[in-house]
Design a protein around this ligand. Structure first.
Ligand SMILES: O=C(O)CCC(=O)C(=O)O
Ligand SMILES: [Fe+2]
Length: 164
């Protein structure tokens, strides 16, 4: 894709941060730390602070734990990048589980498109053979709809999909 299509959306993009605290839980199997979801941002850079395992990603339909490594970030693709790349990059479904032994902390930094921008598959990627898979919409409208939904896998992206 053309570099400026990415730059126009992300150069003045919004950055936000979420800190997650998961206390130890006596019955961890009965609790969700963070419900399965995919992030709305373009990219998420995640730090698993105290190196307690808890993050799972969904790979080939199965939950796979992501082992925390010291001084290492996890970089996840979010829904905005999936839309802009017309599905070439896929956002990753993930969840956080809790444990009975020790608290867990993580910091997620989200890199999102500029709030006053318009978002859709990059025009340079659209051809008769590769039609747009997602509709165009304002970035603020995208986030409004993302935040209005319950965290539920990748359902927020499905709402943006063009039915073929
Ligand atoms: O705690 C984690 O490892 C995941 C956090 C997360 O997915 C989020 O904040 O969106
Ligand atoms: Fe997340």
């Amino acid at each position: 894709m053309k570099a400026e299509e990415m730059r126009d959306l992300f150069e003045e993009g919004r950055q936000s941060m979420r800190m997650n605290y998961y206390p130890p839980c006596p019955q961890p199997e009965k609790v969700n730390g963070l419900t399965p979801h995919s992030d709305g941002a373009g990219l998420t850079i995640l730090l698993q602070i105290n190196e307690m395992e808890g993050l799972h990603i969904k790979k080939y339909g199965m939950w796979v734990p992501v082992k925390p490594l010291p001084q290492t970030f996890v970089v996840n693709i979010g829904g905005a990048l999936e839309i802009v790349t017309n599905g070439a990059y896929r956002s990753i479904e993930h969840q956080a589980v809790v444990n009975s032994r020790k608290e867990r902390l993580s910091i997620a930094t989200f890199y999102s498109p500029r709030v006053d921008g318009e978002m859709g598959p990059a025009p340079s990627l659209i051809t008769p053979q590769t039609p747009a898979l997602f509709r165009r919409l304002g970035v603020s409208e995208y986030f409004k709809s993302f935040l209005a939904q319950k965290l539920d896998g990748k359902s927020h992206l499905d709402a943006m999909r063009i039915e073929n």
